[in-house]
Design a protein around this ligand. Structure first.
Ligand SMILES: CN1c2c(nc(N)[nH]c2=O)NC[C@@H]1CNc1ccc(C(=O)N[C@@H](CCC(=O)N[C@@H](CCC(=O)N[C@@H](CCC(=O)O)C(=O)O)C(=O)O)C(=O)O)cc1
Ligand SMILES: N[C@@H](CCS)C(=O)O
Ligand SMILES: [Zn+2]
Length: 763
């Protein structure tokens, strides 16, 4: 019978136990021992859950207190000099300082950069290296977790990030080539392999997801050299794991590396199956990622079972592992915890636990177990029933999408004309200040929302609390001297889930948490049917906020690409079509805001870059429909309505032309963590419209100094016109506390005013 396993499991816990333990520790309410005890309990629980669901072996070291790439840096002692003192005194404090920054008396440490993990909504900490970097093996964590799993009776397989992907995902402070560090990195990394071998490890899973990217000759050679050395070193059997797409041009490379096994993604790239089987040497294990680790739909046995049959026929039991396409980090843990989903809908879903059980079923079925085959036949009927369900396909929505013409994506006039009309309407100063939308989501707000949801707080009482909060946010912004105000988004649990809850075609879960970064989680809503807007979603809040002030109030929407990207998307319609449906629903909201007198509307698209295909050859097609969807949403408003957009969490240098093609009047864009690296793009491309490169990092509790913000603004002024520059933070303030926000925004306004005065003197 094939071996059943999975590349990794969610860490946060069904009820976000890790989140609570981390945040309590960070607040100083609990010690390291308590945090580590929760972490141990979660690992144990998850291994047991996987075994009970049918896994034959479990991965270890997929668990992390914050991030697995940060763990990979610590594994080889790649701790940047500024954290070393703290890390030597208190390793856990040093670890969290790298992840989130640290301010204590004279010690003031910035966090390391954070960016998207491939095209997912998970964020990793970017290792910071330098030319001449030294590495050393620090395998304590992985060895301890391996021994822990063994002691609990599991067949355990340590997981390490491979050295080549580690370097590819790192950055060097001095701009030197990270690949130049390979020869010094390898001995340290092999030291970790030795420690695992000494502890008794047999298989080690080495993740090299960069094998699904476009690789130039130098990176391909790095793979060859690394794995020749790893194979020569011996000691353990290596399962080389690739995921998030097809190997494509790297297939020959991946299958020729002299290792014991290869994991491939057959969910995103089922078509590579035959090529992989043909190329795989006869002594290799194939870990076949047959079920989608990135989505939540129950698989269709009419597609998967023949595939597994074929795999077994070609490989035999000893060489076939059945697995999910990638780590289950990207899906929630257990559908059976969902008590409020319509029953038929819950039956269509498969979270981490169900996926492992599905793998077991396929393994049993191909081994001749009739009961498993019958269960799969029933599963096929359930999956097929989705298409027959009344609300999955709606004629009105389909007709509206069919009737779309290029006109829908056009503003009435060009930006230069609109800019004059808007200057006249709003009368803003140079370097206008604004924020990205959300203000602190205080505990009181979240408790009130939970009470409202559970029926303990009635609609009026909840709305009164939210109105109070909007008033507080508006008053604060007026006092702080901000020019374009926001209402603060207190009514939103999340910028995507909130809209998902109000749109037809979406359902949402109660406990479908997925880690976004560190202790932060999201509950991606599920798009199961055609999307339509039954009623206005934000107009009442924006109109109320505008009624409190004479300053312009920005309406605040999440854009169509982000609504798509941060949801679990139906698998029976092309993503571009789903995106157009969402765009039309949001377009109606934009028009309703305009009619209600809201002169500025921000349509957030933080996930536009994240949705970019991993292979360059696929970029243009994606960008065409993604930019088009944004333009459909924003199109048709009057010239006097100022459309903003916002992007964060990614690097935008390589798509800046597409960002410009969205033709938003103003974009606020994350830049401060990378110290305005984005500005390099403007030396080759003159961004035409208004732009606010973030002047401070909101992801860290650290309050920026005015000097830091002034420095970033000065850098921006070197490559952007003063008349196009806005001053704003990097992203929304929902994760921050009021005292930090108040200090930081007052500082930001004072920096903008000082810069305005300097500009007035120089012109
Ligand atoms: C901008 N970002 C977002 C991404 N993806 C999204 N879908 N949304 C985003 O905003 N991707 C990129 C970035 C990632 N950044 C973040 C930033 C912050 C968070 C975050 O704070 N998440 C919250 C959960 C938010 C939420 O849904 N809250 C709900 C439920 C609150 C809750 O926990 N209630 C308690 C009861 C109250 C109590 O006692 O405390 C409960 O139900 O038990 C709400 O506000 O109603 C988080 O907590 O992690 C995520 C991504
Ligand atoms: N308007 C949102 C954007 C986050 S990317 C916010 O301010 O939180
Ligand atoms: Zn943002």
């Amino acid at each position: 019978m094939p071996h059943v396993t999975y590349p990794g499991f969610p860490r946060i816990g069904r009820r976000r136990e890790l989140k609570r333990a981390l945040e309590s520790h960070w607040k100083g309410d609990s010690g390291a021992d308590e945090l580590l005890a929760v972490a141990r309990e979660l690992r144990q629980r998850h291994w047991k859950l996987a075994r009970d669901a049918g896994a034959d072996s479990v991965p270890v070291n997929d668990f992390s207190l914050y991030d697995h790439v940060l763990d990979a840096a610590v594994l080889v002692d790649a701790i940047p000099p500024r954290y070393r003192d703290l890390a030597a005194r208190d390793p856990l404090a040093g670890y969290f300082a790298m992840a989130r920054g640290h301010q204590d008396g004279d010690v003031d440490l910035h966090a390391l950069e954070m960016t998207k993990w491939f095209d997912t909504n998970y964020h990793y900490i970017v290792p910071e290296l330098e030319a001449g970097q030294r590495f050393a093996a620090r395998p304590d964590k992985v060895v301890a977790e391996y021994l822990e799993a063994r002691a609990a009776g599991h067949v355990a397989r340590p997981v390490l990030l491979g050295p080549v992907s580690f370097l590819r995902l790192s950055k060097t402070v001095d701009g030197s080539d990270p690949l130049a560090l390979l020869d010094t990195l390898l001995p340290a990394w092999l030291g970790a392999i030795d420690a695992l071998a000494d502890a008794g490890a047999d298989w080690v899973q080495v993740d090299e997801p960069t094998l699904v990217l476009d690789l130039d000759a130098a990176w391909r050679e790095a793979f060859r050299r690394t794995y020749a050395a790893v194979a020569a070193h011996g000691r353990v059997r290596i399962l080389l794991a690739t995921y998030f797409g097809e190997l494509g041009a790297n297939l020959e490379l991946a299958t020729s590396l002299p290792l014991a096994g290869l994991h491939v993604d057959l969910a995103r790239a089922p078509d590579q199956l035959d090529a992989v089987l043909d190329a795989l040497p006869a002594d290799r294990v194939l870990s076949a990622g047959v079920l989608d680790g990135r989505n939540i739909w129950l698989s269709d046995p009419s597609t998967i079972l023949p595939r597994v049959d074929r795999l077994l026929a070609r490989l035999g039991n000893d060489r076939l592992w059945l697995s999910t396409s990638c780590s289950l980090l990207h899906v929630p843990i257990d559908v059976s915890e969902e008590k409020h989903l319509p029953a038929h809908l819950a039956g269509w879903l498969s979270f981490a636990r169900q996926k492992i059980a599905e793998l077991r079923r396929y393994a049993d079925a191909v081994a001749g177990d009739d009961a498993a085959r019958k269960t799969l036949a029933r599963q096929h009927e359930i999956v097929a029933s989705r298409q027959a369900s009344g609300d999955v396909v709606r004629a009105d929505v389909r007709a509206r999408v069919r009737q779309l013409t290029p006109q829908f994506g056009q503003r009435r006039s060009a930006f230069s004309f609109r800019a004059d009309v808007q200057r006249e309407r709003f009368g803003l100063p140079d370097l206008p200040t604004t924020t990205i939308g959300s203000f602190p989501q205080t505990n009181d707000l979240r408790i009130a929302r939970a009470a409202h949801r559970s029926g303990k707080l009635d609609d009026d009482a909840y709305a009164a609390i939210l109105r109070d909060e909007v008033r507080r946010v508006v008053r604060f912004q007026e006092e702080a001297g901000i020019d374009v105000l926001v209402h603060g988004e207190p009514e939103r649990n999340d910028m995507v889930e909130y809209f998902g809850e109000q749109l037809d075609g979406y359902v949402f879960t109660s406990l479908g948490w997925v880690q976004s970064y560190g202790s932060r989680c999201v509950k991606p809503p599920i798009i199961y049917g055609d999307v339509a807007r039954p009623a206005p979603m934000t107009v009442a809040w924006s109109a109320y906020a505008q009624s409190l002030t004479d300053k312009p109030m920005k309406g605040m929407l999440t854009g169509p690409v982000t609504m798509l990207q941060w949801s679990f998307v139906r698998d029976d319609l092309p993503r571009a079509d789903v995106c157009r449906q969402i765009a039309l629903a949001l377009r109606d909201e934009v028009h309703d805001l305009e009619k209600a007198g809201i002169g500025i509307v921000q349509i957030d698209e933080p996930a536009l870059r994240e949705g970019l295909p991993l292979r360059r050859a696929d970029w243009d097609a994606y960008l065409a429909w993604a930019v088009d969807a944004f333009r459909i949403t924003a199109g048709g408003v009057s010239d006097a309505t100022q459309v903003h957009t916002h992007m964060c969490y990614s690097e935008f240098n390589d798509i800046i032309e597409a960002v410009a093609a969205m033709d938003a009047d103003v974009i606020s864009i994350e830049t401060s963590r990378s110290r305005m690296e984005l500005l390099d793009a403007f030396t080759r491309f003159q961004y035409p419209n208004g732009i606010g490169p973030g002047v401070y990092d909101i992801h860290s509790p650290r309050v920026p100094t005015e000097a830091e913000m002034a420095d970033l603004l000065a850098r921006a002024l070197r490559v952007l016109r003063p008349d196009q520059l806005w001053v704003n933070p990097d992203c929304g303030l929902k994760t921050r506390g009021w005292p930090e926000v108040s200090d930081a925004l007052r500082g930001m306004v004072s920096v903008a005013r000082a810069a305005r005065e300097r500009l007035a003197v120089t012109v």
